[in-house]
Design a protein around this ligand. Structure first.
Ligand SMILES: N[C@@H](CCC(=O)N[C@@H](CS)C(=O)NCC(=O)O)C(=O)O
Length: 115
């Protein structure tokens, strides 16, 4: 199985003089905790809070460093509802709610309510 790549910030990082977490990354982790089978299809790559996020820049370019971002595995069908963008020949989804919709499409997880 070709694995999707997901870029997330680590659960706790130092910024603004305190420890913080990224609420949107936590939303993704909430879905993964509900439906852990999705994890088999994912390659999780933690990024630093500081920019540039070298691994993301290398893959998507400097304009696409949002976390969470999911990069679709090659050849995978994205599904009609997914907000897929393209950069450097890679297809990606850069917000938590649309990543949830993609999980529903690809892995058969429930759809986020309201979407
Ligand atoms: N609309 C995005 C927003 C996510 C967001 O704001 N992520 C922050 C971290 S909490 C981020 O990576 N911002 C870009 C940056 O820090 O360079 C989503 O829903 O996933």
């Amino acid at each position: 199985m070709n694995r999707d790549i997901i870029f997330l910030l680590a659960p706790g990082f130092e910024d603004n003089g305190r420890r913080e977490y990224c609420p949107e990354c936590a939303e993704v982790w909430g879905v993964l905790n509900y439906f852990p089978a999705i994890l088999h299809g994912l390659d999780i790559r933690y990024q630093p809070i500081s920019r540039p996020r070298a691994e993301m820049v290398g893959m998507l370019g400097a304009d696409h460093q949002n976390c969470p971002t999911l990069v679709l595995a090659e050849g995978v069908e994205a599904g009609a509802s997914a907000a897929v963008k393209t950069a450097n020949g890679q297809r990606f989804i850069d917000n938590a709610r649309d990543i949830g919709k993609y999980f529903a499409h690809r892995y058969g997880a429930p759809v986020p309510r309201g979407s």
